[in-house]
Design a protein around this ligand. Structure first.
Ligand code: AMP
Length: 310
């Protein structure tokens, strides 16, 4: 992360903290919806008055990474709607679903302070009146990396994003590059199904030491939190090696060995891929855009991160 980018991130975080502190003195203008019909009605009024809608889907337990998406949407659209929904169908592990952090009241304050206009936070029964029978398949985009460790995950992601796009009908939707594979699949889904939505990728926001912000970070104890930054450091060092001209195979091997040697980390994958197709990069990098993606268990917490090389 460049010093300039880090300063901008810190500035934006500071700005939001000030707005949170001032919140009790501000009027509560943000709308809350839990019913599909209510939010549809709100959206259709906005559309009739020609307003552009920006949409930020989240699973809540918000942090400044999420808020960066919201701030960008606020800057680029007339109205910003954010959803908060822990989507059960994208969890292949019931314990992970149960332990996923939830904090609706803190989320509301943060969204309000970031300038969000409305929240859509439905119950599971509202979105899944019947168990979903739609399946979506994305070939390699789905089967690689996360797909190897979270079978069915992107089925769940695809269906919930399609549902939310149909309910909110946004002009633009904001997704973090932190979840590169998810972003790639959502771009494909949007194009395949002709959703009239522009997908806007947003850079990853990191903690001052480089750890990618994640709702799951709050599940780390102090020792695990200290270890977790290793993922970022490994990405950084692999990126430097690739830029220097080392072969992807060597870099992958060295990074994998280094992660395996770290106490407290169980690496799941470390892949050097084409940023658009997610295909593994062979020894000829050529002029392709390349990203490095990593997933690991740190204690009981599963973390993912990635870095674009060029
Ligand atoms: P989640 O609540 O984890 O489903 O994330 C909601 C959105 O926030 C997704 O588009 C994520 O990619 C994005 N996001 C999560 N963490 C970050 C981060 N550290 N920086 C930027 N975007 C993020």
């Amino acid at each position: 992360m460049t010093a300039k980018l880090r300063n901008l991130n810190q500035l934006s975080i500071h700005f939001i903290k000030v707005r949170v502190a001032l919140q009790p003195f501000l009027f509560d203008t943000m709308k809350m919806f839990s019913q599909i019909q209510e939010v549809r009605c709100y959206v259709s009024q906005l559309k009739m008055s020609g307003k552009k809608i920006g949409f930020v889907p989240t699973m809540g337990a918000l942090h400044h990474g999420h808020l960066k998406l919201v701030e960008q949407s606020v800057a680029e659209n007339d109205v910003t709607i954010s959803s908060i929904f822990v989507n059960p169908t994208q969890f292949n592990n019931p314990v992970d679903l149960m332990n996923y952090p939830r904090d609706l009241s803190a989320d509301k304050s943060l969204l309000q302070s970031a300038g969000c206009d409305a929240i859509f936070a439905p119950e599971v029964s509202e979105l899944y009146k019947n168990p979903s029978s739609t399946t979506m398949s994305y070939g390699l985009l789905e089967s690689t990396m996360e797909g190897r460790f979270r079978p069915g995950h992107f089925q769940g992601v695809g269906v919930i994003v399609a549902k939310l796009f149909n309910i909110i009908s946004p002009d633009r939707a904001y997704f973090g590059k932190k979840d590169l594979q998810q972003l790639t699949i959502i771009k494909a889904l949007t194009c395949d199904l002709n959703f009239n939505v522009e997908i806007i990728p947003v850079e990853t926001v990191r903690e001052p030491d480089g750890l990618a912000m994640s709702s799951r970070n709050r599940l780390l104890n102090n020792e695990e939190r200290a270890i977790a930054v290793t993922l970022y450091k490994t990405l950084l060092s692999a990126t430097a090696s690739l830029r220097k001209g080392d072969s992807p195979a060597e870099v992958k091997e060295a990074s994998w060995r280094s992660l395996q040697g770290q106490k407290g980390i169980i690496p799941e994958y470390f892949e050097i891929v084409n940023t658009q197709t997610l295909e593994p990069v062979g020894d000829k990098v050529g002029d392709q855009k390349v990203s490095i993606c990593v997933a690991a268990q740190v204690g009981k917490v599963r973390l993912i991160d990635n870095m674009s090389v060029y």
